[in-house]
Design a protein. Structure first.
Length: 445
């Protein structure tokens, strides 16, 4: 059996499996499909669903399955100064619609989310959002200015709802879960798609019905039929040799993607284009220069799978970019057991537009925030207690121990290796182009 064919098939369907896996994790810990979940607190070290989460915004999200009909989504009235975005992802993780500050879409009132080919009832005065696939997700963010601002964000979350059309026509409103309500699905086991190839392909089989293969992909996708993979689903190959080769190739496929995620040079050699500046690296993938709120990976299946290995729910670069830094100005890996570091943000030349924001977040090598006594996981432009330098710039100290000469600008580091992510929401054009001079992470001692 052709190992490259197996690799190609794995890479193509990996986003479908990640979408299904995210749905199942959501169902196991948060709430059911087709129901809104509102995170009432900012994400911290206990959040383990999605790698590299932010602690700047309150997430409001739902996974959907439109097999039983459309959903009515009600949007809140958001004050003009608050950044917000509600992006919709199809099963392939393309962003096909987005509402919020950048696109200036999202009038208060009902919006109807329908699946591919829907030709049923359309209520009057309802904006239609058409998902290319029956399954998908919305992963919304509302900027939070600090703990005292959470109550205002809760009011925005409470003004949102997701309701099946039939219920909405009957005057009902969908329930919003906040983690406080028990429900029967909580605690259900999530299949191990990475360690168990049979579970991986079972998820593919669950996802393909209701997930039309795009016309541009059909000839490419048809090559996978000898593996049991067709547009109608997946059937385990009858030939044990083919089945064993497919399952071995699935495990190898995960190692391949995780190797790309761990070693950027390997990803670059395989065609993932990175931008580099002052020790920060980022990739402006799936651009949206026309400000339509859409990001489509096209036929770059490898890029799509690489992104989903690292950043499920990634936004278009014009919405947000996430440069990462793993090393200091000497080229050594960042390590809180050995050194402290500083980086200085030039407030006269910010990476974000005035209606956006910036922040620096610290993650352990596993991609999640690290617990610390101060419970401080990021430093950002909307932190009220930032202390500027005499020239107005902002110097951030990253260290395991709190330095004597700073408190508000301290980002606690673990006594081990870590990396930093510099978020720029609504980045200026120089960031998207790769020419913006992000501040060098400098070894302090």
């Amino acid at each position: 059996m052709d190992s490259q064919l197996i690799r190609d098939a794995f890479v193509y369907v990996q986003p479908l499996v990640e979408t299904r896996r995210q749905h199942l994790m959501h169902n196991s810990t948060l709430g059911p499909d087709n129901a809104l979940f509102a995170f009432r607190t900012l994400v911290d070290h206990t959040h383990r669903n999605v790698p590299s989460p932010n602690s700047d915004t309150a997430y409001t999200a739902f996974g959907y399955n439109l097999a039983d009909g459309p959903l009515v989504i009600e949007f809140p009235e958001v004050e003009s100064e608050r950044y917000w975005v509600l992006p919709f992802y199809d099963a392939f993780t393309n962003v096909y619609a987005s509402f919020g500050t950048r696109t200036k879409r999202g009038r208060p009132g009902p919006h109807l989310l329908v699946g591919p080919g829907y030709d049923g009832e359309l209520p009057a005065d309802v904006e239609v959002i058409t998902s290319p696939t029956e399954r998908g997700a919305m992963l919304g963010r509302f900027l939070v200015y600090g703990p005292d601002d959470l109550a205002a964000v809760h009011r925005l979350q409470d003004a949102m709802s997701v309701t099946p059309l039939s219920d909405w026509l009957a005057g009902k409103r969908g329930m919003t879960y906040t983690g406080e309500q028990p429900w029967p699905g909580r605690g259900a086991e999530v299949p191990d798609a990475k360690g168990d190839p049979a579970s991986f392909w079972r998820m593919v089989d669950e996802m393909l019905p209701g997930t039309p293969i795009p016309e541009r992909d059909r000839e490419y996708f048809a090559r996978f039929a000898p593996l049991g993979l067709t547009e109608s689903g997946f059937t385990e190959p009858a030939d044990p040799a083919v089945r064993d080769a497919l399952y071995r190739g699935t495990l190898d496929g995960w190692k391949f993607l995780e190797g790309m995620a761990a070693d950027q040079t390997q990803a670059e050699k395989l065609g993932v284009h990175f931008l580099h500046r002052n020790g920060w690296d980022w990739s402006a993938v799936g651009s949206d220069p026309d400000n339509t709120g859409v990001r489509d990976y096209g036929t770059d299946y490898l890029l799509r799978a690489w992104v989903n290995t690292l950043y499920y729910g990634m936004l278009p670069p014009e919405e947000a970019l996430y440069p990462t830094s793993f090393g200091d100005d000497t080229g050594a890996r960042l390590n809180g057991a050995e050194h402290a570091y500083t980086l200085t943000v030039d407030t006269a030349d910010l990476p974000n537009r005035p209606d956006g924001f910036w922040s620096v977040t610290l993650y352990g090598t596993d991609g999640y925030m690290v617990d610390n006594p101060a419970k401080r996981f990021k430093v950002g432009s909307h932190d009220a207690d930032l202390t500027p330098d005499s020239d107005g710039r902002i110097t951030i100290t990253v260290a395991h121990e709190q330095p004597a000469d700073t408190k508000a600008n301290w980002l606690p580091a673990p006594a081990s290796e870590f990396y930093l992510m510099f978020r720029a929401y609504l980045p200026v054009s120089a960031v998207v182009a790769g020419t913006y001079p992000f501040p060098q992470v400098t070894r302090r001692h």
